[in-house]
Ligand binder design. Structure first.
Ligand code: R1P
Length: 216
């Protein structure tokens, strides 16, 4: 965790995240930093990820605001909220009808527009990973309404919402997910890192501008 000030606000940044595939799908462990941030008094969490584009309008390097998510491991019982519930972090049963705050999304859209940025809005689906998805799996996700896919974020957002932290999320499209096994191309982590690196500065500026205008 890095503590500091940005745009006149106190911020804490995570220099990385714990992925469920790195920790035997122990989602409670992977979301510990979010609970720590709650205990520190954090009210807004801005989360980002690298993701494969499913919606055909998305291109390498695009930014997609997350409007909603499909938490696939969570639906299968791999939720950070299973087990004993500690009431310091919120209720046993949690509504995620407003996982990604509408007001914060509007603020991001306004900031993007002022900076002439093309900003898409869509649904993020989290798969368990670490294998990238087969074309048939990507087609399944497309059918159920996903626009981009990755292996993170949903468990963190679920815990944040349980704690009452408002969330803004965006995906950086680092690759185009394969939809057709006959025309598929290899997805590589090097490509993901490379595109993420190229977009780093633009994405950081965008986040700083949003933070500057936060009124929460
Ligand atoms: O979601 P983040 O952590 O940005 O990373 C994405 O990129 C990695 C795969 O290349 C996976 O960890 C996937 O989730």
């Amino acid at each position: 965790m890095v503590f500091g000030q940005l745009g006149g606000k106190k911020v804490v940044c995570l220099q990385g995240r714990f992925h469920p595939y790195e920790h035997s799908m122990d989602l409670a462990l992977c979301t510990l930093p979010v609970r720590v941030m709650h205990q520190l008094g954090v009210k807004v969490m801005i989360v980002s990820n690298a993701a494969g584009g499913i919606n055909t309008v998305l291109r390498h390097g695009d930014l997609m605001l997350i409007k909603d998510h499909i938490f696939l491991p969570g639906l299968a019982g791999f939720s950070p909220l299973v087990g004993c519930n500690d009431p310091r972090f919120g209720a046993r049963f949690v509504s995620v009808h407003d996982a990604y705050d509408k007001q914060l999304r509007q603020l991001a859209i306004d900031v993007g527009r002022r900076n002439n940025m093309t900003l898409y809005e869509g649904v993020y689906v989290m798969s368990g990973g670490p294998q990238y998805e087969s074309p048939a799996e990507v087609s399944l996700f497309k059918t159920v309404g996903a626009d981009a896919l990755g292996m993170s974020t949903c468990h963190e957002v679920t815990v944040a919402r349980q704690c009452g932290i408002k969330v803004l999320g965006f995906s950086l499209i680092t690759n185009i997910a394969n939809l057709d096994a006959d025309q598929s191309v290899e997805v590589s982590h090097e490509e993901v890192l490379d595109i993420a690196k190229q977009a780093g500065e633009r994405a950081s500026r965008f986040v700083s501008d949003i933070i500057q205008e936060l009124t929460i």
